[in-house]
Design a binder for this molecule. Structure first.
Ligand SMILES: Cc1cc2nc3c(=O)[nH]c(=O)nc-3n(C[C@H](O)[C@H](O)[C@H](O)COP(=O)(O)OP(=O)(O)OC[C@H]3O[C@@H](n4cnc5c(N)ncnc54)[C@H](O)[C@@H]3O)c2cc1C
Length: 399
């Protein structure tokens, strides 16, 4: 379908297409994993127990994680491991965003090592066609406390100023690798109390490296009530300063943490008053981006069917072809395959975040996946329903 005027008729319920990249063994494993984390008790207590086991180096702990959550939600422990998944996805028109998912580094040596790994993903991306994007979390490259201080507008000691300069140099190195290999990269959004530091850095990099093409993408979390306005400002500033804005839109992953901190410290929560308000702003942000598509590239980082469908409708109404290079859709590995693979089948730019890294280091990411599937109403049951249907369609028993 190109240059549509009629609205697209996507069928996200097509499980044959949704799971056609999954072998029978992989389908069964994913189904069982979702069954397990579908129980609130297992999803909440399981990761806590595994975390204690991992931290105390108890025998078998790594093997259990590796054989369960890790095997379903991660693409491997090393960059080389990810290539297999990347190639499998590519066969079905879905492209990879490499995501070295190490969080909470605390030392300069740790930040440098993480930077090297991000750098390698960009270099590998340049060499290996299937790798389309790379993603990075600034908390892998910079001290959380330092970013909190900068975001609060506090003055820095000379040591802290030097540390921040090193963070900028790490980001600069990544931006240069991105430009040299023409592999764009996403800067993820994190907690609101460190986000101003991340935003400032992302904007200054975009201004320098996105002169003609969107190479660097910042992230906007629409569960924050101030972010639609921030997005409007971003679009305006990019126009005034003459660069192409790259923006990934997400709802936001730190809801409970945000509420808890706001309550503990006695300030109003930055989070929207309801899920409906978040949904409204997310969809409004999609509309805004399509209205300004001459000025920006947008990636919808979502597992929400309605928002994904809405974006396809906005594209059609604007007369954009499905494969328009500035409109991207992304989901996490092993989540919402029904969205990714059905979109790819219709020619949209569909991507999967491929988290990878050593088992202990990616564990916080894995815990969030398990817990998200209980806290997000309907997500786990929707995945399970689709997986069960596909199991039965292939002649396997599913309850
Ligand atoms: C490719 C990709 C990249 C991502 N990158 C980031 C990132 O950089 N930073 C980040 O923070 N997250 C990121 N996420 C996670 C994302 O923010 C969401 O947590 C997750 O995708 C669930 O939201 P959803 O749009 O898929 O759908 P849904 O399941 O429809 O929405 C769930 C989300 O709605 C919001 N919500 C739920 N209840 C309420 C409520 N009562 N009030 C207000 N809002 C509510 C929360 O944000 C919750 O996560 C990413 C997700 C994807 C798929």
């Amino acid at each position: 379908m190109t240059n549509n005027t009629a609205l697209p008729t996507l069928d996200f319920g097509n499980t044959r297409l949704a799971f056609h990249a999954k072998s029978d063994a992989r389908l069964k494993r994913t189904y069982l994993m979702y069954r397990m984390i579908g129980f609130p008790f297992t999803a909440r207590v399981g990761p806590q127990v595994l975390n204690v086991m991992l931290r105390n180096h108890l025998p078998g702990a790594k093997a259990i994680v590796r054989g369960t959550l890790f095997k379903v939600f991660c693409a491997g422990e090393s960059l080389e491991d990810t290539l297999l998944t990347t190639r499998q996805l590519q066969q079905f028109g879905v492209r990879a965003i490499l995501d070295y998912s190490v969080e909470g580094e605390k030392t300069e040596a740790g930040f440098d090592a993480t930077c090297q790994e991000f750098y390698d993903t960009l270099v590998l991306g340049a060499k290996q066609q299937p790798v389309a994007f790379s993603a990075c979390k600034l908390t892998g490259l910079a001290s959380f406390d330092l970013m909190e201080k900068i975001s609060a507008g506090k003055s820095l000691s000379s040591e802290e100023t030097a540390a921040w300069e090193r963070v900028k140099a790490r980001m600069e190195r990544l931006a240069e690798a991105s430009a040299a290999g023409q592999v764009p990269f996403f800067i993820d959004a994190e907690e609101s109390w460190i986000q101003d530091a991340i935003d400032a850095l992302a904007e200054s990099l975009m201004e320098r490296y996105n002169q003609t093409e969107p190479l660097i993408f910042t992230t906007v979390q629409l569960y924050r009530h101030d972010r639609l306005e921030y997005l409007r400002g971003l679009i305006q500033r990019s126009r005034e300063r003459g660069y192409v804005l790259g923006v990934k839109l997400v709802r936001g992953a730190y809801l409970e943490k945000e509420h808890a901190r706001a309550e503990a410290m006695g300030y109003p929560t930055p989070i929207q008053a309801s899920k409906e308000a978040t949904d409204h702003d997310f969809n409004e942000a999609l509309r805004l981006c399509i209205d300004h598509i001459d000025q920006l590239a947008v990636c919808a980082g979502t597992h929400n069917e309605e928002s994904s469908r809405y974006l396809t409708e906005l594209m059609a109404l604007k007369g954009l072809p499905n494969s328009h290079p500035r409109v991207l859709f992304a989901q996490l590995l092993a989540m919402s395959d029904h969205i990714s693979f059905n979109l790819a089948h219709e020619g949209y730019n569909a991507f999967k975040y491929l988290p990878y890294g050593p088992v202990e280091a990616v564990f916080p990411y894995l815990s969030r996946r398990a817990q998200e599937n209980t806290s997000v109403a309907g997500q786990s049951s929707r995945e399970l329903e689709l997986l069960s249907r596909e199991m039965r369609r292939r002649g396997f028993w599913a309850w």
